[in-house]
Design a protein around this ligand. Sequence first.
Ligand code: NAI
Length: 334
Amino acid sequence: MRVAVYSTKPYDEEFLTAANLAHRHHLSFLEPRLSLDTVPLAAGAEAVCAFVNDDLSAGVLDGLAGLGVRRVALRSAGFNHVDLQAAARLGISVTRVPGYSPHAVAEHCAALVLALNRRTHRAYNRVREGNFALTGLLGFDLFGKTVGIVGTGRIGSCFARIMIGFGCRVVANDPYPNEECRAMGVEYVPLEPLLAQSDIVSLHLPLTPQTYHFIEAERLGSMRDGVMLINTSRGMLIDTAAAINALKQGKLGYLGLDVYEEEADLFFEDLSDQVLHDDIFSRLLTFPNVLITGHQAFFTREAMTNIAATTIDNLTAAEHGAALNKVTVDDVAR
Ligand code: NAI
């Protein structure tokens, strides 16, 4: 199958090429992101392969269908950026990579918690400058603290296991409680007590129309003073302006983000020579207790190998009419 691979970085090409050796699809590696402007690059392809910040809204899908594209193979778990109704109307099948390495994301989450707590990001810079003072680096024991996990699917349950390993009490909220989590000692509670009791709140639910700005001013206000909030799921789960207010008031004591509401214009590119035009993001960077990584939680060798293998398997299955890892409108409701 001829496949136009958008948003290609050298590492995507490396892992996808290796996974494709036995399948022999014709992969065209394209650096640009998928958008209305770059749709014509898919001319001649039956499928496009897209990543998290590619635009798969109705207009783009219309354009792709007009070129004869019949399949979209996402190389991500999240599919919030795809207009699934438009895809169904146009007869375009959409596949994703549901669980390539929940460990990668959960372990990155733990890295954010540890770095924020023990101020590793600040200590690193201090020591390099010959400053060995400890003032401002005071942390807290994780042992005995309460961690609130919202969404205990693949990643949330891995993160629960890690935090239980530190001796934390883990409370969780999920409309579909996970028996494995219960067995390891996770207590399921409604959202309100979770927010009120937790020293650390970590988001592992998907972005859907219902979960847009899931954490906003009121919910921030109901959290413990000085709480640590971690988001490795999707940026739009948090109202960033409200989070900035909570940081200014000291309500939020720590904020760890691997995703950001407007990340599509920033992440995955080297913009170090440019002026940032996003004032909200720039404000976030001024806080000593905010740690941001650029959507790298998934980025381990194991995860990249699994993403590439499943993406290529999905394309091969689709070519043979099978529905492997297909996403439909019904999945949004779950
Ligand atoms: P999953 O589908 O296995 O688990 C999501 C869980 O959230 C499910 O158990 C679901 O019942 C629950 N949920 C849905 N709505 C909820 C609500 N309103 N309140 C509480 N729980 C709710 O998904 P998985 O694989 O654990 O991924 C979680 C999210 O992490 C993905 O949606 C994706 O956006 C993000 N992600 C981020 C990555 C990164 O590199 N930063 C990499 C991979 C995924």
